[in-house]
Write a protein that binds this ligand. Structure first.
Ligand code: MG
Length: 353
């Protein structure tokens, strides 16, 4: 890539126009999160890379492939849940955001905010989980920071990770690249992570065997990119779920996305939990799934490749990109009607990641 990105700073001090206070919905990954970013964070920091609104920022570096850089903070409660813990989440979340730009994650940093009184044995377990997840992903944690706050000022432990990696040769991926005719592929069942965390909190009210899907997806992405140069968009549907991620993409690309409800995989236990709690699984967080939007001619080959990988065995086509209605996600339901699938409006499950 030879073009340069011009970073123009803000022309005048940005007035604080926002009144009121932070509410839980500002962390939902849905509409309120988008508003907070768009109104309060984007204007003062505005530049083309940030404005692109992707999972990681991609910047050119001289005479070499572009770099993808991402950062993510993890405040999940409780710290351990079926299938994972805050450490695995902190590594995989950032690895996946870098991978979603068609990049190979290589190095991470980790910042820990510890609450006075946290058991060192517990911290050691979390760190060991990070070590295992990093080894699985093939990344190195090369810098870190530790801060301690007084008892009662944090919930045990928060972790921020940042990650960097170079974009694979020939990969041109971004939320604005979906085109009419493209095929929408999902790498497996939805809602597992959110329901597993609720179970760990004892909020399900019944026994379930759902485990979190938290996993590093970079090897899956690498296999996909080796199969096709026509992968247009990759995104991990974390907070806000599949519905919010697809709405972001539909808006970035100014296209419509039509889903087919009967093809979207949902485990029976997740479906049952959602029905009892009144949740729509389309809005529940996933931590080991990706959405891929691929040119029609390569979709079958990409799907076959995905199904041969550990975290893509259950990959399916769930929909298609259309020219209209722009910036909208529609879904053909199991009973044959069509409904609008909107962004997550408020907050459904706080502190899920
Ligand atoms: Mg993401």
């Amino acid at each position: 890539m030879s073009e340069t990105v011009t970073m123009e700073g803000p022309v005048c001090p940005v007035p604080i126009r926002k009144r009121g206070r932070v509410i839980m919905g500002h962390g939902s990954g849905g509409k309120l999160s988008q508003d907070l970013i768009g109104d309060l964070f984007l204007p003062p920091f505005d530049n083309p890379v940030l404005r692109a609104g992707n999972d990681a920022g991609v910047v050119p570096i001289e005479d070499d492939r572009p770099l993808a850089i991402s950062t993510d903070s993890h405040v999940v409660w409780p710290l351990f849940f079926p299938g994972g813990d805050i450490g695995r989440l902190a590594v995989c979340g950032t690895v996946n955001d870098v991978a979603m730009m068609g990049a190979r994650p290589q190095y991470l940093t980790a910042g820990f905010i510890l609450e006075e009184g946290l058991e060192l044995g517990l911290l050691e377990q979390v760190v060991d989980s990070m070590r295992l997840s990093a080894a699985e992903a093939g990344v190195h944690i090369i810098a870190g920071d530790t801060k301690v706050v007084e008892r009662g000022k944090a919930d045990g432990l928060y972790i921020n990770t940042a990650g960097v990696g170079q974009v694979w040769d020939g990969a041109e991926i971004g939320g604005d690249r979906a085109r009419p005719g493209d095929v929408v592929i999902l790498s497996g069942s939805i809602g597992d992570h959110g329901i597993a965390v609720l179970e760990a909190r004892g909020e399900l009210g019944f026994q379930s065997d759902v485990t979190s899907d938290v996993a590093p997806l970079n090897h899956l992405v690498e296999a996909m990119l080796a199969t096709s140069k026509k992968i247009h968009v990759l995104r991990d549907p974390t907070r806000g779920g599949v519905a919010s991620s697809l709405n972001e993409i539909a808006a970035q690309s100014q296209v419509g996305i039509l889903l087919n409800e009967s093809t979207i995989p949902i485990r029976p236990a997740v479906q049952a939990a959602c029905e009892m709690l009144g949740f729509d699984p389309l809005y529940i967080a996933n931590e080991g799934k990706l959405l891929a939007i691929v040119a029609e001619e390569d979709a079958t080959a990409v799907l076959e490749t995905m199904r041969q990988t550990r975290y893509g065995e259950e990959s399916v086509v769930i929909g298609r990109v259309e020219a209209e209605p722009k910036a909208r996600v529609l879904m053909k339901t199991a009973i044959g009607t069509t409904r609008i699938v909107d962004m997550l409006a408020g907050e459904m499950l706080p502190r899920i990641c």
